[in-house]
Design a protein around this ligand. Structure first.
Ligand SMILES: *[C@@H]1O[C@H](CO)[C@@H](O)[C@H](O)[C@H]1NC(C)=O
Ligand SMILES: *[C@@H]1O[C@H](CO)[C@@H](O)[C@H](O)[C@H]1NC(C)=O
Ligand SMILES: *[C@@H]1O[C@H](CO)[C@@H](O)[C@H](O)[C@H]1NC(C)=O
Ligand SMILES: *[C@@H]1O[C@H](CO)[C@@H](O)[C@H](O)[C@H]1NC(C)=O
Ligand SMILES: *[C@@H]1O[C@H](CO)[C@@H](O)[C@H](O)[C@H]1NC(C)=O
Ligand SMILES: *[C@@H]1O[C@H](CO)[C@@H](O)[C@H](O)[C@H]1NC(C)=O
Ligand SMILES: *[C@@H]1O[C@H](CO)[C@@H](O)[C@H](O)[C@H]1NC(C)=O
Ligand SMILES: *[C@@H]1O[C@H](CO)[C@@H](O)[C@H](O)[C@H]1NC(C)=O
Length: 404
């Protein structure tokens, strides 16, 4: 009996040790404390949160739950299950918004890893420089928060940052120097869309220092410059590049992004790229979505696009693709299986009529838009064989043209 009891205790101790070891391995974000499933608040952090709240204006009373002793139960506040420290503050606005001032008392949250202040109404204040001193931050989202003025270069001190979203903060947010970015060497996701970056000449070298970057979004940034090539590219992890709606006004080739063979999503619409469709496209063997619309690219798509077996979406409306539609269709990826779902080429200069038999690359399309080209002839019967098709547009604005 005693021996059995002792053995039971040993098993319990072993289990506790095991649970503890497991929680240490899994870290603060996913494990439960063995004794105390719900963490309770650290006093100093509670005062920091209250001081932070005192600077805010909260007309919709979003922070009404911020009372009582246990700040870990307050809305938007998340504590580590292991240590009880506040590790995450998620105060993103959602229709209703916070406003007022951002108190530097946030610096009292020494273990803060995640800060989301997006979509609020901080429209009278600048992004505080002290945010650059919240050393442990991995995640920072200030998108749509309406902060005014300059992006503080102090953000470059956040060397642990993985995710940084400065997208569409406000019409008046700008940066005239982004060299601080090159110090964020763990960054994986960077969104600067909508920032006024019009004065930047050499913006790419700062970004090219970030070998872990997977997502780069710089749409609508008034960028005017982009180099022809990256002789030594560090961007070997880059999967998403969104450069659309800038003023790059450049010849289409050579261009640095065709050489990024890791790219899955490339969006360069609305930039006034001109000249022929670059052959380099055919080397982008990882590409899934390609949007080249609203540029001035001329001629036929390159024949080596046949190799792009992962391509799901080819969007190139309002360009100047010319040549026969039959030829174009035969240059589309012909793979097994065919992944192409969206072919949108409206407002181009394609001529001739659709082939009378189904070309395989089109078999899995769910969207086919060839409107406002110079196509002639009948709508072929194989269109009816496209089982996935949900959107079809073959219309033409020009009188006397189009299909009968
Ligand atoms: C703490 O544990 C709960 C329940 O398992 C979980 O929902 C929560 O996300 C954890 N908190 C943190 C900060 O990881
Ligand atoms: C924010 O700070 C300004 C200037 O210090 C002050 O006038 C204003 O009342 C503060 N706003 C709030 C909500 O505390
Ligand atoms: C943070 O960055 C700024 C500007 O980039 C720099 O002047 C300052 O010394 C840095 N602070 C710390 C604590 O590293
Ligand atoms: C962008 O910033 C530049 C220089 O800082 C300024 O001249 C220009 O007016 C700004 N553009 C917009 C649209 O705000
Ligand atoms: C690549 O990144 C490393 C580390 O960030 C940097 O030292 C190097 O200068 C970068 N290379 C180029 C060509 O920018
Ligand atoms: C495509 O890649 C091959 C092999 O890396 C290279 O030799 C060729 O120049 C590239 N083509 C274009 C148009 O960039
Ligand atoms: C279409 O091509 C013809 C000649 O090939 C050219 O004259 C015309 O400007 C082009 N149309 C458009 C919209 O680019
Ligand atoms: C379209 O391309 C054709 C030649 O392919 C050229 O003659 C015409 O000027 C181009 N139109 C525009 C608007 O660029």
């Amino acid at each position: 009996m005693d021996t059995l009891h002792f053995a039971c205790i040993q098993i319990v101790i072993a289990l506790l040790l095991f649970t503890h070891a497991k929680s240490t391995i899994e870290g603060s974000t996913s494990a439960l404390h063995p004794n105390d499933a719900i963490p309770s608040c650290v006093a100093g952090e509670k005062s920091a949160l209250l001081a932070f709240r005192a600077g805010l204006s909260d007309p919709a009373n979003l922070l009404s739950s911020w009372k009582g002793d246990d700040c870990c139960r307050w809305k938007g506040v998340y504590c580590s299950n292991r240590t009880g420290h506040v590790v995450r503050l998620d105060l993103h606005g959602n229709g209703q918004a916070l406003a007022g001032n951002i108190s530097s008392s946030l610096l009292g949250l020494h273990h803060l890893r995640y800060l989301d202040l997006s979509h609020n109404r901080f429209d009278k204040v600048h992004i505080p420089e002290f945010i650059g001193s919240i050393n442990n931050l991995r995640y920072l989202d200030l998108s749509g928060s309406l902060f005014i003025g300059r992006i503080p270069p102090q953000l470059g001190n956040l060397s642990n940052l993985r995710y940084l979203n400065l997208g569409y903060i406000s019409d008046t947010t700008y940066s005239t120097d982004i060299t601080w970015l090159s110090r964020l060497t763990s960054l994986e996701h960077l969104d600067m869309s909508g920032l006024n970056l019009s004065t930047l000449v050499h913006w790419l070298p700062s970004v090219n220092m970030l070998p872990t970057l997977k997502v780069l979004r710089v749409t609508n940034c008034l960028l005017k410059n982009s180099p022809d090539s990256l002789l030594l590219s560090n961007l070997t992890s880059l999967e998403t590049l969104d450069l659309s709606e800038n003023h790059l006004h450049k010849h289409s080739r050579p261009n640095w992004f065709w050489d990024l063979t890791s790219l899955k999503y490339l969006y360069i619409s609305g930039n006034d790229f001109y000249g022929p469709f670059p052959d380099g496209i055919g080397n982008m063997t990882s590409i899934v979505e390609l949007d080249l619309s609203d540029n001035n690219l001329v001629g036929m798509i390159p024949s080596n696009m046949k190799n792009l077996c992962k391509l799901e979406s080819l969007v190139s409306f309002r360009n100047n693709i010319s040549g026969s539609i039959a030829e174009l269709l035969h240059r589309l990826p012909n793979c097994s299986p065919n992944k192409l779902q969206d072919l949108s080429l409206s407002d181009n200069n394609l001529t001739g009529s659709l082939p009378t038999t189904l070309v395989e690359p089109l078999r899995n399309l769910n969207q086919l838009d060839l409107s406002d080209n110079k196509l002639t002839g009948h709508v072929p019967v194989w269109i009816g064989e496209l089982k996935q098709l949900t959107n079809l547009d073959l219309s033409s604005k020009q009188p006397g043209r189009g299909h009968t």
